[in-house]
Design a protein around this ligand. Structure first.
Ligand SMILES: [Zn+2]
Length: 628
């Protein structure tokens, strides 16, 4: 209903024609009319430190790590009601450091009282005067004193007690957050909020405890049957000198992450050293490369406020996307040439040149479509997203300047679908062949150049986006096939290939797949993902897994994920690769996890559309060693 309303009354005739002709797709049309934006990386550091307001009440700053984790779940929930897409935490381990300290000092006080009979040894080796003890501990708590404090550790019994209790509290707090994020409903009660958490780079003892707990809870799974949790999407941030190599301070946590991935598919891996995030500040984790689970990410902000690093991720998000359906454009060009010159075998060269012109025109139209929607979103009343503007979850809002002052820091992204099929139409092969790759690079360069030009000219953050397209891969294909019929390697399956991915049915090693896709990931600054399909053998071989993740990071892939079979029998709890029935109890009540866009889906046979189901059937495992 609201979709039709938007198409009939809100968008320009150009935008409507592009959408209806299957050329440029307008995402989330049902949210168009209400004027909400897409997604947001939430500035949790500020919200937890300062508290926030809701319709009902004001919420005080977090006083312990347990409260902090529960507030994260609450804020995720509240923010996702203000928008139509996902929410993320960009550096959750760092965010939690002050609250781990608060909890530690509380437990230390108890330790002194109950385990040391209210006696506390000073650094000088004498007992502190009784009246100094409480004061001294409270002062350290107030001062955000690190937990590796000499004064405290001098009191072995109380210190060990406090460390144990803090670790237990973090573990329970993380369990609570996982539980909440898998049960709280959002978006009018019909869907869980799409939540993602990035972590893994904090080398302080407090942050390391948080990362460890996040991974342990992920490995344990949820509930009686230890099911893999669908939310949050965990993203481990790989960083040279921090966690990549033996001897790095967080290398042990990287190993734990790999163990979790082998069993639970999460975490995925973000590459802090990615060259596309150049200019970030090594001393400010808010600027480290982080991403939404689906792949959407924030590139440099052309409107960054003075003194703010342009790569700051917090308080920013994607405002809206459109996606250019490349196979449609390629087919239109081919058809019109065939019709105009029916007797000649149209040369590939002219086909390519005409296609590049058409694509250029469509990229410009995509920009205009995004500006249309951006202006519409900017015209909304701040009351319509009260929680967001009142609490500055989207940063940069100056009431006297209107909500555009906040929205201008977000990204406007031009996505794409079906590069592989487009190349097939134009040159008879996809980019697994050198000829296809040559044209692929030319196409991506055009996207990149134009977005950079638009960014400068419009002073808005335009970016190249390798679209998730969970439903679009199917609906766009159906429309295409209705018009052009079945064409081999183009429309003979029930889906178009995601963005610039290698078609899922191509046999190759994981290393070869990374080699191909890594040649194109550098053109995108607003989100891309590369994933490989592995067989169940990696569950017992995390060294092999590590080799593959390292290879992807070294090839400058920004965001990398691994698919392994991870099915759970919902009657007896058996886990592994299950086809139709459980090998243990023969139940057919199976949770079959598959990755859609970057996120996992609980049971793909009911949750996926037909196109995505067909894509899952065509996915081949990437096995073997390098072939070149
Ligand atoms: Zn079973």
């Amino acid at each position: 209903m609201t979709k039709r309303l938007a198409l009939d009354y809100l968008v320009s005739p150009m935008a409507r024609a592009n959408h209806e002709n299957n050329e440029i797709y307008i995402h989330d049309l049902d949210a168009y009319y209400v004027g909400s934006h897409n997604c947001l990386s939430i500035p949790f550091d500020d919200l937890l430190a300062n508290g926030f307001n809701t319709r009902q009440t004001d919420v005080r700053p977090a006083g312990s790590v347990n409260t902090a984790f529960q507030l994260v779940a609450v804020i995720f929930q509240l923010q996702s009601l203000q928008q139509f897409g996902g929410v993320s935490a960009t550096h959750l381990d760092w965010t939690m450091v002050p609250y781990v300290r608060k909890s530690f000092w509380k437990h230390f006080k108890d330790g002194v009282k109950y385990c040391q009979n209210d006696k506390l040894m000073s650094l000088a080796g004498v007992y502190e005067p009784f009246e100094h003890i409480e004061e001294g501990i409270d002062a350290r708590k107030e001062a955000n004193t690190p937990i590796d404090d000499e004064w405290a550790s001098n009191n072995k019994i109380a210190y060990e007690y406090a460390m144990d209790m803090t670790e237990k509290e973090i573990h329970q707090a993380v369990e609570g957050m996982y539980h909440n994020l898998n049960t709280l409903q959002s978006r009018s009660g019909n869907q869980l909020p799409f939540t993602s958490i990035n972590y893994g780079t904090c080398t302080l003892p407090e942050g390391r405890m948080v990362t460890k707990a996040l991974l342990e809870v992920s490995i344990e799974g949820l509930g009686k049957l230890h099911k893999t949790s669908i939310f949050p999407c965990g993203i481990f941030q790989c960083m040279k000198g921090v966690n990549r190599e033996p001897g790095d301070p967080n290398y042990d946590l990287y190993q734990l992450a790999l163990a979790s991935t082998a069993k639970r598919l999460y975490p995925n891996y973000a590459n802090v050293d990615w060259t596309g995030n150049a200019g970030y500040d090594r001393n400010d984790p808010k600027t480290y490369f982080s991403t939404m689970g689906c792949r959407t990410s924030n590139g440099a902000d052309i409107n960054a406020e003075p003194g703010t690093n342009t790569q700051t991720k917090d308080g920013r998000g994607n405002i809206c996307p459109v996606t250019i359906i490349l196979p449609t454009l390629a087919m239109e060009v081919k058809d019109s040439l065939d019709a105009a010159y029916p007797d000649v075998d149209n040369s590939e060269t002219s086909r390519i040149e005409i296609f590049m012109d058409v694509l250029d025109k469509k990229i410009h139209e995509a920009k205009d479509m995004l500006i249309e929607r951006f202006n519409w979103i900017c015209s909304q009343n701040p009351e319509s997203a009260k929680f967001m503007y009142e609490n500055h979850t989207m940063l940069g809002y100056h009431p006297e300047e209107g909500i555009r002052s906040a929205l201008k820091h977000g990204t406007l992204v031009i996505g794409q679908l079906g590069l592989a099929e487009c190349l097939q139409i134009l040159v008879g092969c996809d980019h697994t062949q050198p000829k296809g790759m040559e044209l692929a690079k030319r196409i991506e360069q055009l996207f990149k150049d134009r977005c950079a030009e638009f960014k400068k000219a419009e002073h808005l953050n335009f970016g190249v986006y390798y679209t998730p397209a969970e439903n679009l891969c199917y609906t766009a294909l159906k429309k295409f096939r209705d018009k052009y019929g079945i064409i081999e390697n183009v429309s003979d399956k029930d889906f178009f290939t995601n963005s610039m991915h290698v078609p899922v049915w191509r046999n190759m090693s994981p290393f070869d797949k990374i080699d191909i896709e890594s040649q194109l990931t550098g053109y995108s600054n607003a989100g891309c993902i590369t994933y490989v399909e592995l067989d169940a053998s990696v569950i017992h071989n995390t060294k092999a897994l590590e080799q593959i993740v390292n290879y992807a990071m070294d090839k400058d892939i920004p965001y990398f994920a691994i698919n392994v079979p991870s099915d759970t029998c919902l009657d007896c709890g058996f886990q592994g690769e299950i086809n139709d029935e459980c090998p243990m109890c023969h139940s057919k009540n199976i949770q079959q996890l598959r990755r859609v866009t970057g996120y996992l889906t609980g049971n793909y046979k009911t949750a996926f559309n037909l196109g995505k189901q067909d894509e899952v059937h065509h996915r081949v495992k990437h096995v073997g060693v390098r072939t070149k």
